[in-house]
Design a protein around this ligand. Structure first.
Ligand code: PEP
Length: 255
C-alpha cells in the first residue's frame, strides 16, 4: 500500500569473492539485465575490486557499495578503510553490521551505530543489517532482538539522517543456508522494523525507509518476497554472483 513511497533497492553482497577482472566481467554480464527505472541496483564488492567496479558501472545506473567502513576518519587503525576513502573512489553504499561481521569480527550494536554515523557523515548510504539467530527465533525473542538492534543502530541519529538509511532484515539462519524465511516471516519482521522506526521518528520517515529482506533470496523466491508490503528490496549473497539469477531478482523488484 505504501510501497510507492520508497525506493526498491536490490543489492548484491559479493562477500570475499571476485578479483578485479572477475568483478568487471560479472558487472558486464549484469548490464544487459538492468530494468529501466524500476529499482536501484547496487553491487557491494570487496575493497580491492571497488575501483574496477566503479569503472565498469559507468553509464549503466548500477551503483557500487563496500562491505564495511571504519568509524574513525583517519589515524592509527591498521587494516581499516574510512568513509572518505570509499567516497573518493566512487562508492555510494556500504553494508554495515552484516551477521558475518558480527559473528566472526566482533561487530556489536555499538560499532554498527558508530560505523553508520561515519558512513552518513561521509556521504555514503548505509545498508544496516539486523536479524535474529536461529535460537532466538526458536525462543520467540525475534521481536525483542530486532527491536534492540534497530534502537541501538539508530542511537543519536536524527530523523533527516535516519531517512537516508537502508535496513536489511537478514535472519541469520537464512544466510547462505538455502533456507529462506517464509514470505510471512519476512513481512512480519520488516513491518516490525518499520513500526520501530515510526516510534522513533514518526510515520513519514518510517514510510520512506527502504527495508530489504536478505537470506537465501534467489531467482525462484524473489518475486513472492518482494511482493510483500513492507519488503522493499533484497540484499543478496550467493545469487548475486550469478548474473542470470541476479537479473531475475532485479526484474522481480522492478515490476
Ligand atoms: C548475505 O550475505 O547478505 C546473504 C543474504 O547471503 P545469501 O543470499 O547467500 O543467503
Amino acid at each position: 500500500m505504501r510501497k510507492e513511497l520508497r525506493k526498491a533497492i536490490i543489492a548484491g553482497n559479493w562477500k570475499m569473492n571476485k578479483t578485479r577482472p572477475e568483478a568487471a566481467t560479472l558487472i558486464n554480464e549484469i548490464k544487459p539485465l538492468m530494468q529501466n527505472n524500476g529499482c536501484e541496483v547496487v553491487v557491494c564488492v570487496p575493497f580491492t575490486a571497488l575501483v574496477a567496479a566503479v569503472e565498469a558501472v559507468k553509464d549503466t545506473g548500477i551503483r557500487v557499495g563496500a562491505q564495511n567502513v571504519h568509524f574513525e576518519a583517519s589515524g592509527a587503525f591498521t587494516g581499516e578503510i574510512s568513509a572518505a576513502m570509499l567516497k573518493e573512489i566512487g562508492a555510494e553504499y556500504v553494508i554495515i553490521g552484516h551477521s558475518e561481521r558480527r559473528q566472526y569480527f566482533g561487530e556489536t550494536d555499538e560499532t554498527v551505530n558508530k560505523r553508520t554515523k561515519s558512513a552518513l557523515s561521509g556521504g555514503l548510504i548505509p545498508i544496516v543489517c539486523v536479524g535474529e539467530l536461529l535460537w532466538e527465533r526458536e525462543a520467540n525473542i525475534t521481536e525483542e532482538v530486532v527491536s534492540r538492534q534497530i534502537k541501538l543502530a539508530f542511537a543519536g541519529i536524527d530523523a533527516a539522517d535516519a531517512a537516508k538509511i537502508v535496513i536489511a532484515y537478514e535472519p541469520v539462519w537464512a544466510i547462505g543456508t538455502g533456507v529462506t524465511a517464509t514470505n510471512e516471516q519476512a513481512q512480519e519482521a520488516c513491518k516490525l522494523i518499520r513500526d520501530r522506526l515510526a516510534a522513533l521518528y514518526g510515520k513519514p520517515v518510517a514510510d520512506s525507509v527502504t527495508i530489504q529482506y536478505g537470506g537465501s533470496m534467489n531467482a525462484a523466491n524473489a518475486a513472492e518476497l518482494l511482493a510483500k508490503e513492507d519488503v522493499d528490496g533484497g540484499l543478496i549473497g550467493g545469487a548475486s554472483l550469478k548474473a542470470a539469477d541476479f537479473g531475475v531478482i532485479i526484474k522481480a523488484a522492478a515490476s
